[in-house]
Design a protein around this ligand. Structure first.
Ligand SMILES: C[S@@+](CC[C@H](N)C(=O)[O-])C[C@H]1O[C@@H](n2cnc3c(N)ncnc32)[C@H](O)[C@@H]1O
Length: 218
């Protein structure tokens, strides 16, 4: 099953599912303290519009989400109504529906595991960011991927596993440089530090579970 076909199936339950990675990515988003006020905000792989909602609440004035799952986009539409422009596209290609370097902030949250390489998506995202614009990424940590974890969900008693690939810091650093971003620190989120707040992380004690960073386009 392709990732987008899987998310079509998952869409109606996605926001109701107690997902520890979503909880941690939301903490990373808050901790990043993105300059949202008045910003043009692009959410790459926007899913149900969770981050677009956070951006709207933070004062972003232009909200655009792009995703390949009609089911997820329908949820985003229901959440955001007229506030956001939602675009259906396969992120593996180019995204001609979006304007050129028009965005102050781009967000890629829990999306990159579905791609064999992060470089094409980061490069494509860079073409839509203004010079000096910032990119926020939250992604499953390579340690968790190496331990065999990947996006999955249960529907009608059946577990569906979606295509999932491991990406480490070296791959991110190389792809960021190639896409024209300044070097940045990549934070590793240890399950132990957040298990009190996100109880489902307890089973991952000892492992780094999320990688996150904010990179500035040169
Ligand atoms: C785990 S969800 C994350 C949604 C949202 N960013 C969040 O943090 O809640 C991953 C999203 O990536 C999208 N996606 C995965 N592969 C894609 C592809 N090839 N083209 C377009 N969207 C894709 C899925 O449709 C899904 O909405």
């Amino acid at each position: 099953m392709s990732a987008t076909a899987g998310y079509d199936l998952w869409a109606s339950d996605y926001d109701g599912f107690d997902n520890p990675m979503v909880a941690l990515a939301a903490l990373a988003f808050a901790q990043a303290k993105l300059p949202l006020e008045g910003a043009a905000f692009l959410d790459v792989g926007c899913g149900t519009g969770r981050n677009l909602g956070l951006a709207r609440d933070g004062g972003a004035t232009t909200l655009v989400g792009i995703d390949g799952s009609r089911g997820m986009l329908a949820q985003a539409q229901a959440r955001l109504g007229e506030a956001a422009t939602l675009v259906e596209a396969d992120l593996s290609g180019t995204w001609p529906q979006l304007p050129g370097p028009a965005f102050d902030i781009a967000c890629i949250s829990l999306v990159l595991e579905h791609f064999p390489s992060v470089a094409p998506i980061l490069a494509q995202t860079a073409t839509h960011l203004k010079s000096g614009g910032v990119l926020f990424v939250a992604e499953m940590h390579a340690d968790l991927a190496a331990a065999g974890t990947g996006a999955h969900f249960e529907k009608d008693g059946k577990v569906h596993r979606l295509p999932s690939f491991r990406h480490d810091d070296a791959e991110f650093a190389q792809a960021l440089a190639a896409a024209g971003f300044a070097p940045c620190a990549i934070a590793a989120w240890l399950a132990d530090d957040h298990a009190a707040l996100v109880p489902k992380l307890a089973k991952h004690r000892g492992k780094r579970v999320l990688a996150s960073f904010v990179a500035r386009k040169l």
